[in-house]
Design a binder for this molecule. Structure first.
Ligand SMILES: *Cc1c(COP(=O)(O)O)cnc(C)c1O
Length: 411
């Protein structure tokens, strides 16, 4: 049974949270591959349509496998948090076809033409493009400010009354910048804004934005939550249950970015080992960062768990540890990056993140190949920058592979 009081441990919640016994007594929730649902009679249909009786109606509106994934994620984001009355925090999650679909529901469910959003640099590429290329045509402009500078953020909000939503992504690509969630959420709420956090990189294992005054958390479930690289998905989780159940659910259903039973099943299955996986991802990442820091072929390591990272203090304040993501600059620029990728024997050369296997990507020759060099450098994406999503393999194997692939420059 779902444990609404959330008195169980985090790993237990990963395994059991959100599960309800279905009528055929299958041990695990099956893949409900059905587009529509039946009614006993006209009266029951009326009761379900009126919301007087719980029941599924149509697959775009809801599906039992999808519900289990949503409840599990809501429990994890709320884990150990109390509401204003000292009761376990209740949250509502809506599962989507992708992280970008979740982002669209959150944005279009909260802002309208003429209103603005305030956000910062180094957003996920897709979010950045959505904000720059799609939203302006709908009459929604974005103001981009450095979220490390709280005074500037406050000035910007106070100078423009049309700003209504703050979108925060922390930590963020490519240098794992981290901004102060508590301070930004407090400022946003003090100024009457809706506050949303993209928690994809950190996950609820490392960081729970609902501990602060935020309204929404969103994820690309494609990443650590699934953990196996087997699906594309996203989720929006909200604190205001009434608004989530009405306005946001309506937006979700009408925009049509719903998830499906098969991918929800893969997500539920992946989430069972989420806590265990994250333990290993993070301890491996710390070891890899320490190894790279001492390597003669490496110019610089960006990892939040290292005291050398400029945002290490903010990370310590709001995250359990430095996480599973890091990046590093190879000495020798673009060619060193290409060489390194070609010499790897085990680590996977791919974009994305959060899978059991270690993923490595040379930004300048892949994700940012089409971006002008000056612009890419301004984002911190130097010629030899390698991004790593550290996997859960045996640490010796990861380090051995990196060691043999890094060329030490001749003195
Ligand atoms: C991947 C990602 C997204 C987009 O998610 P999709 O599932 O690819 O649509 C959004 N934010 C962050 C931080 C991501 O890493």
């Amino acid at each position: 049974m779902a444990d609404k009081n959330n008195s169980l441990g985090f790993d237990t919640t990963c395994i059991r949270g959100g599960h309800t016994q279905e009528s055929n007594r299958a041990h695990l929730t099956p893949i409900y591959a059905s587009s529509t649902y039946t009614f006993d009679n006209a009266e029951q249909a009326i009761a379900v349509f009126k919301g007087q009786e719980e029941g599924y109606i149509y697959g775009r509106w809801g599906n039992p496998t999808v519900t289990e994934a949503e409840e599990k994620i809501a429990l994890l984001e709320a884990y150990g948090i109390k509401d204003k009355n000292g009761e376990p925090l209740q949250l509502k999650a809506l599962l989507h076809a992708s992280g970008m679909a979740a982002m669209c529901t959150m944005l279009l469910g909260n802002i309208k033409a003429g209103q603005k959003i305030i956000t910062h640099y180094s957003l996920y590429g897709g979010t950045h493009e959505l904000v720059e290329k799609i939203l302006p045509d709908l009459g929604i402009e974005a103001m981009i400010v450095d979220f490390h500078d709280l005074e500037k953020v406050e000035e910007a909000i106070k100078a423009d009354k049309s700003i209504s939503l703050m979108h925060i992504e922390t930590p963020a690509n490519p240098t794992l910048q981290c901004v102060d969630l508590e301070a930004l959420a407090a400022l946003g709420k003090r100024c009457g804004l809706t506050v949303c956090v993209d928690n994809t990189f950190a996950t609820p294992y490392l960081q729970q934005p609902f501990r602060y005054d935020v309204d929404y958390v969103m994820h690309s479930t494609t990443k650590f939550l699934n953990g196996h690289g087997t699906l594309i998905g996203g989720v929006v989780i909200g604190r205001d249950i009434e608004k989530m159940s009405k306005g946001i659910t309506k937006t979700h259903r009408l925009l049509g970015g719903n998830s499906n039973a098969f991918e929800a099943f893969l997500l539920v299955n992946g989430l069972r080992t989420f806590g265990l996986r994250m333990d290993r991802h993070c301890s491996n990442a710390q070891r890899v960062a320490e190894f790279l820091q001492g390597n003669a072929g490496v110019e610089k390591v960006n990892y939040l768990g290292l005291v050398s990272h400029p945002d290490h203090a903010t990370c310590k304040k709001q995250m359990k540890n430095g996480g599973a993501m890091l990046s590093f600059e190879l000495k020798g620029g673009f060619d060193a990056g290409v060489n390194f990728i070609n010499k790897l024997k085990m680590c996977t050369n791919a974009v994305s993140l959060g899978t059991c296997d270690t993923l490595v990507c040379h930004a300048a020759s892949t994700t940012h190949l089409g971006v002008a060099r000056e612009q890419r450098l301004a984002f911190g994406i130097t010629d030899g920058l390698i991004r790593m999503s550290v996997g859960i393999e045996n640490i010796e194997d990861i380090i051995n592979d990196l060691q043999q692939a890094i060329t030490t420059p001749k003195p």
